[in-house]
Write a protein that binds this ligand. Structure first.
Ligand SMILES: [Zn+2]
Ligand SMILES: [Zn+2]
Length: 179
């Protein structure tokens, strides 16, 4: 699959930029050897002054913890009904429950380690802002340095499209690239 790159301009200055949709997975490596995968995001980095690949914001802890608690409760009870309820709810067989519990533990650990910080993967800065757009394509996540607003331009259908291979970026538990 290929995607057109997102072209950005500013309503108040002559800034031009691109959002490049590369397929990237982040792998966080904890000091004890545990690895947790997470998706990346594309946000505005105010240190770079451009859209950048960044860490994505962490999911809320409470629902993760609630699911994990419920999973643990289900594996502590031999009752078939509970397991069946789980299979229906999450589409998982009993064998997958352990895997899901491990996944949840990883996500919870990562959410606790990273909090609300979304580091830029280019400069490692933490001043990044969401590239969210309203129905007119105007960015609602932040204001451009000049006081104007960034705008998503209609895709140029004639522009060449690129297929990017899937890439994994390795980070430590502070969200910094491992060299
Ligand atoms: Zn501007
Ligand atoms: Zn940056």
């Amino acid at each position: 699959m290929s995607m057109p790159d997102g072209r950005l301009s500013c309503t108040a200055c002559d800034y031009r930029g691109f959002m490049v949709f590369r397929r990237i997975t982040l792998a966080y490596h904890f000091a004890d050897g545990t690895t947790v995968d997470a998706p990346r995001d594309i946000r505005w980095c105010s240190d770079c002054g451009n859209p950048r690949d960044t860490e994505s914001s962490q999911p809320a802890l409470e629902p993760l913890q609630a699911e994990l608690d419920a999973l643990k409760a289900s594996s502590a009870t031999p009752r078939y009904q509970v397991k069946r309820w789980f299979s229906r709810l999450f589409g998982l067989g009993a064998d997958d429950l352990q895997k899901r519990a491990d996944e949840l533990r990883g996500q919870i650990r990562l959410a606790k380690a990273r909090g609300d910080e979304c580091r830029c993967l280019t400069c490692a800065g933490v001043h990044t802002f969401p590239l969210t757009f309203d129905e007119n394509g105007v960015c609602t996540g932040f204001q451009h340095d000049c006081g104007g607003h960034l705008k998503l331009d209609p895709p140029d259908m004639d522009a060449p499209r690129f297929n990017y291979g899937r890439e994994t970026i390795h980070l430590d538990e502070a969200g910094k690239r491992i060299q």
